[in-house]
Design a protein around this ligand. Structure first.
Ligand code: IFM
Length: 797
């Protein structure tokens, strides 16, 4: 039962528009939230939607994926193996600034007489645009139009336009286009553990600044992490009233100041290109010299100046056309929901498109909360979308994890285990979680990553990836579980147990036999064993390489099979449910009636020990296991589990709603399915979790796609072929989505009484529709009847 409300209807703020989010008035009240939800990014660079004029703001600067500061974690009571080095994403210089002065009056949205204001984040052009009309006290009126994009194609590039038009009167206009180091904006520490740390030392240490023509380039070293970075801006100026231009640069600011004497009807336009380059996140030895990064900025800027705004904007649009071709979800009959779905998918696109060899942070690059860290959110909530819509990006994300394997091996040694233990949260690959109970103890992260490896391979058929990288990850993660658990002999034979771990639910920590962890670990052990056996018989060279890399012995594989076979999963005969862990049912039930709504999320109001003493759940745990592997539970068992855990689930984590929605849909609990879906799809647009201002919940955005495809689309993919059990909410006229399976595009269109499957490709594809096997032929739509009882009838949506 989610302890949240959807506050206000988002439609009252953002009018329905199928392909854009539009803000029609400047609302200082929602400053933090709109900075997040209108943010632009490409997975490498991200920028919150702060006004171009620099104020007002809550958090500003650019965020570069992986650009971080380090700091020693001081544990007042230290113990062996605790994480020692903290990692925090930092703000890079802000490239979107244009300060405007008309007759020496600065434009400031808070104080100016703003006659019209429209800001638009367009999901098809990938641009954030704004048009305002400003009337000065002298009566002079100017129109200011701006646009910005973070190139989804050119990883290191930001492009921005700023245009001033004098509508009546004569005016002396000055535009200062800036690249501004914003380190002075220390983050406040209000005690919310989800927010990023502030620093009281100079984080970005200047290493050089130069100005030349209309270009300035600044370079820096990050004080304690040692990372290096450079950024630069260059400009094109158009308009016939320009009287002066000056370009300067120092460690805090690069800028071009353009002065124009303008009369009614005249325009001044400035196009700015900005480039960012950094050293590797985990540089070994010396990081790249800042001068070399500055040279790279020059090359990025030279190319952009040569191509101009129009060409770069067209390239962005073409990228998004391809994106929507494979990723779009269309809900007919509910424009508000359709808009929110597309906004969510656009967010995932912005968080992943050019992450390349870096991870996918929990907030993407829309805010510094969670310190810019990578969690399991990527593998369980975001990767399924990428696997089915853009497998190359999924492969990049998994290769990035593979690159962390050595650090994970070291971490396993630090916690006295064999194999590899991936960090619960990190930027560099080293564990950065200081709170081990809800951090390092989440050993399920290994199995989550292995699950993503297997899903990627199964859906794409990319066996090379499995042989070259995946197998090594499976072996080392399986090794850890084999070493972590132990066999116990009983009357019914042997059982394998894993003690002292935390499952996905962070309100119950360091427990024995967490059902989710045990089930996922068993799958990890089995998958590792069968992958090794497959390599041995089918790909001997890859097998030999795997043995060299891992020193694998035959008896280990036998041990994994035995452990998987004997894996203990708790079951309560009286209730007929899966207890979350061995002792969960012994705990007292949380007093939901007695604790008022404003005391949620509990983590901000109760000592962890209080929370740990009760049956109260932060996020789906057993229910998540049922989503990932519905083949492990029969339908009645699923329904009993859901009915038991749902009332205990606070939804204090945004990762819960999608999973609750999907499982509710599968067990036929229509009202819950749509209720949770609504929470998930409006998580940020309606600020359901109350902290959208800290950044967009990327896992929840990925979860929206999961709920559509696996919930209402009814896809289960644990068998040999995709199996669809569509369930259409009664207030929707239809639902359509696309899946890329083994290189072929499958379109699924669900309407009230039928589902149409259309295959774009060369090969027939076998699927199941409501359990009935069917072979789809390329380019020949196959119409299947929909069983009427599967329509979701919401109470309200
Ligand atoms: O990874 C999640 C975790 O499951 C719940 N707390 C927030 C983290 C980042 O989203």
């Amino acid at each position: 039962m989610l302890q949240r409300d959807i506050v206000g209807l988002p439609t009252s703020i953002y009018p329905p528009d199928p392909w854009a989010l539009v803000e029609q008035e400047f609302t200082p009240r929602y400053l933090a939230e709109t900075e997040s939800i209108f943010a632009i990014g490409n997975g490498f660079i991200g920028m919150r939607a702060v006004p171009e004029e620099g104020r007002p703001y809550v958090e500003r600067g650019a965020l570069i994926n992986g650009l971080h500061e380090q700091w020693p974690i001081h544990h007042p009571e230290h113990a062996f193996g605790f994480a020692e080095v903290g990692q925090t994403i930092i703000a890079a210089p802000d490239p979107r600034r244009f300060h405007l002065y008309v007759d020496d009056e600065p434009l400031d949205l808070r104080h100016g007489d703003i006659r019209t204001y429209v800001r638009r984040l367009d999901f098809r052009t990938g641009q954030l645009t704004r048009t305002i009309e400003w009337r000065l006290p002298t009566g002079v009126r100017v129109r200011v139009t701006s646009a910005a994009l973070t190139s989804l194609v050119q990883r290191h590039l930001v492009a921005a336009r700023y245009e001033v038009e004098v509508l009546d009167g004569n005016a002396h206009v000055v535009v200062s286009s800036q690249l501004r180091n914003v380190q002075e904006d220390a983050r406040s520490d209000d005690g919310d553990p989800r927010k990023a740390k502030g620093f009281d030392h100079e984080v970005l240490v200047g290493e050089g600044a130069r100005a030349d023509g209309r270009r300035s380039v600044l370079s820096y070293r990050v004080a304690q992490s040692g990372m290096t970075m450079a950024c630069g801006i260059d400009h094109l100026v158009d308009g016939d009233a320009v009287v002066d231009e000056q370009c300067t640069a120092d460690a805090s600011l690069g800028r071009l100041v353009v002065t124009a004497a303008m009369s009614s009807g005249q325009r001044l336009g400035i196009t700015k290109f900005a480039a960012f380059h950094t050293s590797a996140v985990n540089h070994e030895g010396m990081p790249t010299h800042p001068q070399r990064l500055a040279d790279r900025c020059d090359r990025t800027l030279d190319r952009a100046i040569g191509r101009g705004w129009e060409e770069i904007a067209a390239e962005q649009e073409a990228y998004l056309e391809r994106f929507w071709d494979t990723a779009d979800v269309d809900v007919q009959g509910n424009p508000t929901v359709c808009q929110a779905i597309r906004w969510s998918l656009f967010q995932v696109c912005q968080a992943t498109a050019r992450a390349d060899s870096r991870g996918i942070p929990a907030k993407g690059l829309t805010g510094s909360a969670y310190e810019g860290h990578y969690f399991w959110d990527a593998e369980i909530y975001v990767l399924p979308f990428l696997i089915y819509t853009n497998p190359l990006l999924a492969r990049n994300a998994l290769r990035f994890r593979h690159g962390m394997l050595d650090a994970a091996r070291r971490r396993a040694r630090q916690v006295n285990q064999k194999g590899a233990l991936f960090p619960w949260r990190t930027i560099t690959g080293e564990e950065a979680s200081a709170f081990f109970e809800a951090g390092t103890a989440q050993y399920h992260i290994n199995a989550d990553i292995s699950h993503a490896v297997m899903k990627y391979t199964q859906v794409t058929g990319d066996e090379d990836f499995l042989a070259e990288c995946g197998a090594e990850m499976l072996v080392e993660t399986a090794r850890l579980y084999a070493d972590l658990g132990f066999f116990r002999q009983g009357d019914d034979g042997e059982t394998f147990h894993i003690h002292g771990v935390t499952g996905p639910d962070e309100y119950t920590t360091v427990v024995d036999d967490n059902a989710y962890t045990n089930l996922m670990a068993a799958a990890n052990l089995r998958d590792a064993a069968s992958t090794v056996e497959w390599l041995r018989t089918d790909r001997p060279e890859d097998h030999a390489r795997l043995l060299r890399r891992t020193d694998l012995r035959d008896e280990e594989v036998l041990h994994w099979r035995r452990a998987a076979e004997a894996m203990y999963v708790p079951y309560d005969e009286d209730l007929g449910i899966t207890p979350q862990d061995a002792h969960f049912l012994d705990l007292q039930r949380w007093d939901f009636e007695g604790v008022p709504r404003e005391k949620y999320p509990l983590l901000l109001h109760f000592h962890p020990l209080v929370i740990y003493r009760y049956q109260v759940i932060k996020q789906a745990d057993v229910v998540l296991a049922m989503f990932l592997h519905d083949d492990w539970f029969d339908p009645e068992h699923q329904a009993r589990n859901f009915d038991y855990y749902d009332p205990l689930t606070t939804g204090d984590s945004s990762l819960s709603t999608a999973i609750q929605s999907i499982v509710a849909a599968r067990i036929g609990n229509d009202a819950k399915a749509i209720e949770y879906f609504r929470y998930g799809v409006f998580m940020d647009l309606a600020n359901v979790a109350g902290n959208t201002g800290d950044g967009v919940h990327i896992a929840a955005a990925g979860g929206v796609w999961l709920s559509i495809v696996h919930g209402f689309g009814g896809l289960t993919d644990t068998g040999d072929q995709p199996d669809f059990w569509p369930r259409l909410p009664s207030s929707w006229d239809g639902l359509a989505f696309n899946l890329t399976v083994r290189g072929q595009l499958l379109r699924v269109e669900v309407s009230r009484h039928e589902t149409v499957y259309t295959l774009r490709g060369d090969e027939p594809m076998e699927i199941c529709h409501q359990g009935v096997p069917t072979v789809l032929q390329p380019e020949m739509p196959t119409v299947m009847e929909l069983h009427p009882t599967l329509t979701v009838h919401p109470q309200e949506d």
